[in-house]
Design a protein around this ligand. Structure first.
Ligand code: GDP
Ligand code: MG
Length: 164
C-alpha cells in the first residue's frame, strides 16, 4: 500500500479535509463533497465522528498557545459530528486550500467554500491540510487504522488524468 499522504506532486497526493460541526449542522456536507468530486479529485476515506478532546487538541496542536484555542477545541468537540475525509489527486493539498479560501471568511474570495458559505473565523465550516507534512500528520491522526483508506481507480480516470 502507498504512503499515507501518497506521493507529493503526483496524482496519488492526498490531503485531509474535514467538514466542521457548523458545516454539518448547516447541511453543507453534500455541497462540499460535490466541489471536490466535480474538480476531479478522488474520495479515498470518509467517516462521521464526534472527535474527542484529545483528538481535537492533537489536530490543532500548533495553535495551543493561541487565545482562541480552548474555544476552538470546544467548537470541534460540540458533539455534532465532523465529516473527516481524505481526497486524492494532483496538487490536491494546495488546490484544496485554494478551494476552501482564507481562514477568515471575510477575506475569502467569493466562490471559495468559505467565501460562499460563512462569515465568522470561529465558524468557518471546513478544514484542509496546509502542507504535505500536515497532510501526513492529520491523515494519520484521523485515519490511523489500517484499511480505512481505499485504493481504487475511477472508471473515468483517463478523462481526468493526463500527464501533459
Ligand atoms: P486554517 O488552516 O485556515 O483552518 O486556519 P488556522 O490553522 O490558522 O486555524 C485553525 C482554525 O482555528 C481556523 O480554521 C478557525 O476555525 C480557528 N481560528 C483561527 N484563527 C482564529 C481566530 O482569530 N479566532 C477564532 N475564534 N478562531 C480562529
Ligand atoms: Mg490550519
Amino acid at each position: 500500500s502507498k504512503p499515507i499522504a501518497g506521493v507529493k506532486g503526483t496524482f496519488s497526493e492526498r490531503t485531509f479535509i474535514a467538514i466542521k460541526p457548523d458545516g454539518v449542522q448547516r447541511g453543507l456536507v453534500g455541497k462540499v463533497i460535490s466541489r471536490f468530486e466535480e474538480r476531479g479529485y478522488k474520495l479515498v476515506g470518509l467517516k462521521a465522528l464526534a472527535p474527542s478532546k484529545e483528538l481535537a487538541e492533537k489536530h490543532y496542536d500548533d495553535l495551543k498557545a493561541r487565545p482562541f484555542f480552548a474555544g476552538l477545541v470546544n467548537y470541534m468537540t460540540s458533539g455534532t459530528p465532523v465529516i473527516a475525509m481524505v481526497w486524492e489527486g494532483k496538487d490536491v493539498i494546495k488546490q484544496g486550500r485554494a478551494m476552501i479560501g482564507a481562514t477568515n471568511p471575510l477575506e475569502s474570495a467569493p466562490g471559495t467554500i468559505r467565501g460562499q458559505y460563512c462569515i465568522s473565523v470561529g465558524r468557518n465550516i471546513i478544514h484542509g491540510s496546509d502542507s504535505f507534512e500536515s497532510a501526513e500528520k492529520e491523515i494519520g491522526l484521523w485515519f490511523g487504522k489500517a484499511g480505512e483508506l481505499v485504493e481504487w481507480t475511477p472508471a473515468n480516470v483517463d478523462w481526468i488524468q493526463s500527464d501533459n
